[in-house]
Design a protein around this ligand. Structure first.
Ligand code: PSU
Ligand code: MN
Length: 305
């Protein structure tokens, strides 16, 4: 697919067999408040570089899926986040055909990263099964299952129904790996009480599994769960109360669909006095680092394909 605009640096890295890590843009445009979002966008890219890989932030700009954004585009995405749509993988055709600007969610970013040949992707927390009985299940789960990409994430966002999200990952055939943990992480806190069957304890161990999965079996769909660093974790009681309040507020105002996740995250940022944003930053950076380390290990052992 040559509809992708892969920037020079990313293209050179991919052609040379060097490690690349994809980053998504919805967390920037719709998940974090200005101006923290710009600082986080830059810090994520820097973290990937420091760990020895090339960052590729992905967004649709003027209808073109861009793999690797320049500094002005990154700033525009952060500053004018509201002008960017929120595109999942199923929205890409419309965004492209109509030459729209759109931030890409985990589903769209994983799809595009796969097409570009990028095998590691770092985000904060994936979407999943929302609480209650609305039937709102993020396409992130099914899209991840189809993409030959490993998503490094602090579990799924804590606003979700985590036990059901883990069940749905299984149903979709996503391989869930605990990265130095035997529990599914709960985004703002390292533990959810949900046990994980598979665990890896180093980038090399992760890379061996990914090589087997992607290149021998030609399967997609890996979620590597990296818990928030303990010093950055939020108090469980505090964050649970804030989540309950945010969910209540969303219900009162009838916020649904694509607007729900950004609304809940903004409410949490507000009611925790910014603590949720600080924690989100810390966990996303930790994920960027782990993704870069795994990308390096994978590059050392992958036949290019
Ligand atoms: N991780 C974060 N913040 C975010 C997201 C992930 O720390 O805002 C975004 C991702 O783009 C993910 C999306 O795909 O939230 C999920 O949205 P929804 O629940 O509407 O599918
Ligand atoms: Mn949804």
């Amino acid at each position: 697919m040559n509809l992708l605009a892969i920037n020079e640096e990313v293209k050179a890295a991919l052609d040379g067999g060097h490690p690349v890590v994809a980053l998504e843009s919805t967390i920037i445009a719709h998940g974090l408040p200005w101006p923290d979002n710009l600082e986080v966008a830059r810090a994520l890219e820097q973290e990937v570089r420091t760990a020895g890989a090339i960052p590729a932030t992905i967004a649709v700009v003027g209808g073109i899926p861009r793999i690797g954004l320049g500094p002005e585009t990154l700033e525009g995405l952060a500053r004018h986040g509201q002008r960017f749509g929120k595109a999942g993988a199923s929205d890409l055709a419309v965004a492209m055909a109509r030459r729209l600007d759109a931030a890409t969610t985990v589903s769209a970013t994983a799809f595009l990263a796969d097409r570009a040949g990028i095998r590691l992707f770092a985000t904060g927390g994936i979407g999943g099964v929302h609480r209650g009985d609305t039937g709102d299940v993020s396409y992130d789960l099914a899209a991840m299952a189809k993409a030959r990409v490993a998503v490094v994430s602090a579990g799924a966002k804590a606003i979700l129904d985590l036990p059901r999200t883990v069940e749905m990952l299984e149903t979709q055939g996503v391989l869930v790996l605990g990265y130095r943990t035997s529990e599914f992480p709960a985004f703002y806190s390292p533990r959810s009480g949900i046990p994980l069957e598979h665990r890896v304890d180093s980038p090399a161990e992760a890379a061996v599994v990914l090589r087997t999965r992607f290149f021998d079996l030609k399967q997609g769909g890996v979620l590597a769960c990296n818990p928030i660093p303990s010093e950055a974790a939020l108090d469980d009681g505090l964050i649970q109360a804030a989540i309950d309040q945010a969910l209540h507020e969303a219900g009162e105002r009838g916020v649904r669909g694509k607007a729900l996740t950004p609304f809940l995250l903004a409410e949490l940022a507000r009611t925790t006095g910014g603590a949720a944003v600080v924690a989100n930053r810390a966990l996303a950076l930790a994920n960027a680092r782990v993704a870069a380390e795994i990308a390096r290990a994978l590059c050392g052992m992958t036949p290019r394909s």
